[in-house]
Design a binder for this molecule. Structure first.
Ligand SMILES: CC(=O)N[C@H](C=O)[C@@H](O)[C@H](O)[C@H](O)CO
Ligand SMILES: CC(=O)C(=O)O
Length: 304
């Protein structure tokens, strides 16, 4: 399906950009937009986990969607994550994203209460009903506690507005199963950055990831090697990526706080993270030097 072409490639999950007081910053959001545009990524996934959506009120989430659209609309593919605790809020976000010209909507399943499949189906269907936009299911069992089954995926696909799934469960077999159900007419996004290459080989058409923006060059190059069937080269990049992700996750601050410090070193200051996530410590500051070095050396090794 030619219309799915714009969803192929490397789509970083967009981070929350705060000012010094911890409020959403329009100027810093634009800076991150410009940075990613300059890196040549195919699109962005706005307002998801990495965007700290779970810590934002509705007005803040709408503001982020607005600032990104104003800066990037027409320049790359824009996916709006509109999952929220209530259907009502999700629909409000979906309508806002549609007015802003987003290319697609996406949502996690209902969170907190464990609802049955029929409620999950109704939740996603109500969001889809609210606009004309295509919809991408977000399966991320490790944070939501809900696992999308191939059977519910097949049922969702009966709605022609459903174009695919962003799969963040760890087994790459899940990607293969979703691809089997949907075939060439659906797009499956790899979620776990640690297995981007294997996810692509098992059938993922593209990737959306929380660490991409900290090292876009590496994911873009790995994707090119996969497309070219150069799996040894792709795997060598993946191995370096995994060293970097482990380092990003091993500091006092949360992974996103560390990534934001990496970006600051690269000239993009988007603030810290919102509590209860942890900001970086004094000790982290020196260690981030080492992480930036790891990234720069890997880019030097694989992308020149
Ligand atoms: C659980 C989670 O947040 N997964 C993200 C989305 O799929 C990933 O992109 C991770 O941020 C990444 O793989 C680093 O662990
Ligand atoms: C992909 C990811 O990390 C997100 O949902 O923002």
């Amino acid at each position: 399906m030619a219309s799915l072409e714009k969803f192929h490639g490397i789509l970083p999950a967009f981070y929350a950009c705060y000012d010094e007081e911890g409020n959403i910053s329009e100027a810093r959001t634009k800076d991150l937009c410009d940075y990613l545009l300059g890196k040549g990524v195919q699109g962005v996934y706005v307002g998801g986990s990495s965007g700290e959506c779970i810590y934002h009120n509705l007005d803040e989430r709408k503001a982020v969607l607005t600032y990104v659209a104003n800066q990037l609309r027409g320049k790359m593919t824009l996916i709006a994550h509109v999952g929220a605790p209530s259907t009502r809020d999700s629909i409000e976000l979906a309508k806002h994203a549609a007015e802003l010209g987003y290319d697609a909507l996406s949502a996690i399943p209902p969170i907190y209460f464990k609802l049955p499949d029929r409620a999950v189906f109704k939740y996603w269907s109500d969001i889809i009903e609210a606009t004309d936009l295509p919809f991408i299911i977000y399966n991320i069992p490790q944070t939501t506690g809900y696992t999308l089954s191939p059977a519910l995926f097949a049922k969702m696909l009966e709605n022609k507005k459903v174009i695919g799934v962003k799969n963040s469960s760890m087994p790459t077999m899940d990607i293969e199963r979703f691809k089997k159900v949907g075939g060439d007419d659906v797009i499956v996004f790899n979620g776990p950055d640690e297995q981007f290459v294997s996810g692509r080989i098992m059938g993922a058409d593209a990737g959306i990831g929380g660490t991409y923006a900290s090292m876009p060059e590496l994911f873009l190059q790995a994707n090119e090697w996969v497309k070219a069937g150069k799996f040894a080269e792709a795997t060598a990049i993946q191995s370096d990526i995994n060293d970097i992700i482990i380092a990003l996750c091993s500091q006092d601050g949360s992974m996103y706080a560390v990534i934001k410090e990496v970006l600051r070193r690269k000239g993009v200051d988007i603030g810290g993270v919102r509590a209860p996530m942890h900001n970086i410590s004094e000790e982290d500051l020196a260690r981030v030097d080492g992480i930036v070095q790891m990234i720069d050396q890997a880019v030097e090794r694989h992308c020149k």
